[in-house]
Design a protein around this ligand. Structure first.
Ligand code: GLA
Length: 385
């Protein structure tokens, strides 16, 4: 009974926290009520209760996000026959997200990807970050944003529903200068598009590179490998890396290499190629230099899974995308429904600035200055063919 009351209270809370709500603005008639947010308890951490917020649209598409780590735990979308399936890797319980795990669905910050040897110089000062990936710092360090407890607010607008996550990263957290205040929105609309909007401000110059680390498998999470997915990335060049996956600083043409995805190509077609870059990555684990014209959102990648017919289109405002083919998955992570996630059973398209930019003067800058607002938007749009 107590549990029931708690559940009811949590459910009601969605309504009382929701803002901006059409009801408050007097336009209730206009609001599309097929779009909704529901909540469910998802365990507890030392910092407080964890809630799973599920955004749902008119087509029955669902996106679930938890306030722990800002993690996307589920994305449920139809296949070409209308069969709904969860197409992202993740766990059934929050405890699995608290320890060492390969960033399933996670919100990544302060710096997505690697910083060489965990150090950089900024305004004549040398900063040292904890290293957590061989000699390098990866995905924000030991306690990156994927391990932070965020304040979540469900949002219901006329033509979309969402979650807002807010939080502050104190000066010196994980070695980074400046107090960083962060806001992220996850939106779902009736076009089956999930939009991620990031914003941040600082009181001291500091590197910022925010992204999301969702592993997709359009055949369904746990259904097998992703080698048959056909991928297109609009990139004439990529940033080749050394054996610790730090960019050499060059921008290399994809022409004639396994990195040419300018035409849709099965991920598995060249993944075992005799190529130094493929060897260093153990497959694909590389930043692609996106062909951009101007600013704003541009479509930069498409994915098609022939059996289910599911498609994914990616749009971003970022200059790069890390295409990671799940090379470190080895069956040791037991995912949702007790499924072990084996080698290459998920892939990531992490929109971002280039890896190690704080040490690469020729790469687009990732330094945020006081008085500026960092913004970044990425859209993952689902469909069928
Ligand atoms: C990123 C990195 C990979 C790997 C995964 C997590 O995509 O580029 O090398 O660390 O995160 O396992």
């Amino acid at each position: 009974m107590k549990y029931l009351i708690l559940l009811l209270a949590v459910g009601l809370c969605t309504a009382c926290n929701s803002e901006p709500r059409a009801a408050d603005s007097g336009t209730e008639q206009a609001r599309d009520t097929t779009l909704r947010v529901s909540t469910q308890p998802f365990g507890q951490t030392k910092e407080g209760p964890v809630t799973k917020y599920t955004l749902e649209n008119a087509n029955g598409m669902q996106v679930s996000v938890i306030n722990q780590g800002g993690i996307i735990t589920n994305i449920v979308v139809p296949d070409k026959n209308g069969a709904m399936e969860d197409v992202v890797l993740g766990f059934d319980s929050v405890t699995s997200y608290l320890g060492d795990y390969p960033y399933f669905g996670a919100f990544i910050g302060r710096y997505g990807n690697r910083i060489a040897k965990g150090t950089f110089e900024l305004d004549d000062e040398q900063y040292t970050l904890p290293t957590n990936n061989g000699p390098n710092s990866l995905h924000g360090g030991l306690k990156g944003f994927d391990k932070k407890y965020w304040t979540a607010t469900p949002l219901e607008e006329a033509d979309r529903v969402g979650i807002r996550l807010t939080g502050t990263s104190p000066d010196g957290e994980e070695g980074y200068p400046g107090t960083l205040t962060v806001t992220v929105h996850y939106w779902l609309d009736n076009d089956d598009a999930l939009t991620l909007e990031y914003a941040a401000e600082t009181d001291e110059a500091t590197p910022v590179n925010l992204t999301n680390h969702t592993y997709f498998n359009l055949g369904g999470a746990g259904s097998g490998d992703i080698l048959g997915h056909e991928l297109m990335i609009a990139a004439d060049r990529f940033t080749p890396v050394d054996e610790t996956l730090i960019p050499t600083g060059k921008l290399q043409s994809v022409e004639g290499t396994p990195f040419d995805f300018r035409q849709p190509t099965p991920i598995g077609e060249r993944i075992e190629a005799d190529d130094e870059q493929i060897r260093f990555g153990g497959g694909y684990d590389h930043n692609f230099v996106l062909n951009r014209s101007g600013e704003g959102l541009q479509q930069i990648a498409t994915v098609y899974e022939p059996e289910s017919g599911r498609t994914l289109e990616v749009e971003t405002t970022e200059p790069g995308v890390q295409f990671y083919s799940g090379n470190f998955l080895d069956g040791s992570n037991i995912g949702k429904g007790g499924q072990p996630y084996e080698l290459r059973t998920g892939f990531c398209l992490e929109t971002q600035h280039f890896p190690d930019s704080p040490n690469q003067p020729d790469f687009p800058s990732t330094i945020l200055q006081p008085g500026e607002t960092y913004t970044s938007t990425t859209v993952y749009r689902f469909g069928v063919r």
